[in-house]
Design a protein. Structure first.
Length: 377
């Protein structure tokens, strides 16, 4: 039995005729840059998210960088972000001469811990980048309240939670990525909405910001060869847009399939005392970009090795806090520590979860996890 973290081939087989037709259309009309498929996908995505503006770009990292450029953040400005996340979130902060201020996360939802915002707030704080980790939203209601109180920008890193719904206490429901000033996402192939190469997008309801984002992503120009600001060259490839246009139609179906697989894991693993199954946030749906366990007896690495011996893939997202990465040494004191982040880095392990639910494979994974802990009692 061949088990994969993400079954992109199985997914493709079900939609290959739609995808192939979209790609062939791009080849036939030879509009490889900013072709019709880009504009079509942009409009479809705006409708799906119920957001005024989607600006496609080359990848999720570019999206984060362009967002910060569009907000006119200046060197030395501080940007708060979680320490337990992928490097891109903080990387672009440093690349722009800004200072990443890394805060702890909630040990149950893995999302940014709100008390840390107040603790690390300074006169230089200009923005917050909440990451909707593993597929569910951070507490955007409280984050927005905090940001408005202190006049801060909010840039949502929504690379892992496309399709997730956040419900406010007044009953209003919004898609993650559309709540802050700017939302950013990635269309890396393994993402819930992934293309067949690199791709990304920014989302905003602010007309002026949208205009500036488009200008920055296009060499700082609104009119060809007339450049108002320093920008970059970041475009979504037309062929990738054609793929995304097809896959967007199936996104809710994909989320449901991931939830089905996650529920099956939950049902069969919740009795294993040595692990904690993923906790759902009260105010956000979960789209399970990752199904992430916590191994609470210090045997996470041994479990991963054991699963590997059984040809069961797994991943550790993430093994080291950002502030312990050599690249970020300049931004923190040598003794800086965030207890929950460090605990999670030693405990988390992600199991295969994807759109092509296979009960036989899931049963095998579950049985081997149980076997491992039974042998280690």
């Amino acid at each position: 039995m061949k088990i994969q973290m993400v079954d992109l081939k199985g997914q493709y087989e079900k939609i290959k005729h739609e995808v192939n037709a979209g790609i062939q259309d791009c080849l036939d009309n030879t509009a490889f840059i900013n072709g019709p498929a880009v504009k079509d996908f942009q409009k479809d995505f705006e409708n799906y998210l119920d957001v005024k503006h989607v600006i496609p770009c080359a990848n999720g990292t570019d999206a984060l960088q362009i967002a910060m450029m569009a907000l006119d953040l200046k060197p030395g400005d501080e940007v708060i972000c979680p320490a337990f996340t992928y490097v891109a979130t903080a990387e672009v902060i440093g690349l722009l001469g800004l200072k990443p201020i890394m805060v702890d996360v909630d040990e149950n939802t893995f999302n940014i811990e709100l008390e840390g915002l107040e603790k690390y707030l300074t006169p230089n704080t200009k923005a917050i980048v909440p990451v909707h980790l593993y597929g569910q939203g951070a507490d955007m209601e409280r984050i927005i309240e905090f940001a408005e109180k202190h006049n801060l920008f909010v840039i949502e890193d929504n690379a892992q939670a496309i399709g997730s719904d956040f419900t406010f206490t007044n009953g209003v429901v919004k898609k993650t990525g559309t709540i802050g000033h700017i939302g950013c996402t990635s269309f890396f192939p393994s993402k819930n909405l992934g293309c067949y190469g690199d791709g990304g997008a920014l989302m905003t309801n602010d007309d002026d910001l949208a205009m500036k984002i488009r200008m920055i992503a296009n060499h700082g120009q609104q009119k060809k060869y007339y450049h108002k600001v320093l920008g970059c060259n970041s475009r979504l490839d037309t062929i990738q847009a054609a793929v995304l246009k097809v896959k967007l139609q199936h996104l809710d179906e994909y989320s449901a399939a991931r939830n089905k697989m996650a529920d099956y894991y939950d049902e069969n693993l919740q009795s294993v005392a040595e692990i904690q199954i993923p906790q759902r946030a009260k105010n956000s749906t979960h789209v399970f970009h990752q199904y992430t366990l916590r191994v609470k007896n210090g045997k996470r690495d041994e479990l991963q090795q054991y699963l590997g011996e059984k040809n069961i893939p797994s991943m550790i997202y993430y093994p080291l806090p950002l502030y312990k990465q050599e690249a970020f040494e300049q931004y923190v004191e040598s003794n800086f520590s965030l207890p929950v982040t460090e605990l999670l880095c030693s405990e988390v392990i992600s199991l295969p979860v994807h759109t092509e639910f296979n009960q036989e494979a899931s049963d095998f994974i579950i049985s081997e996890i149980k076997n491992f802990f039974n042998k280690n009692k």
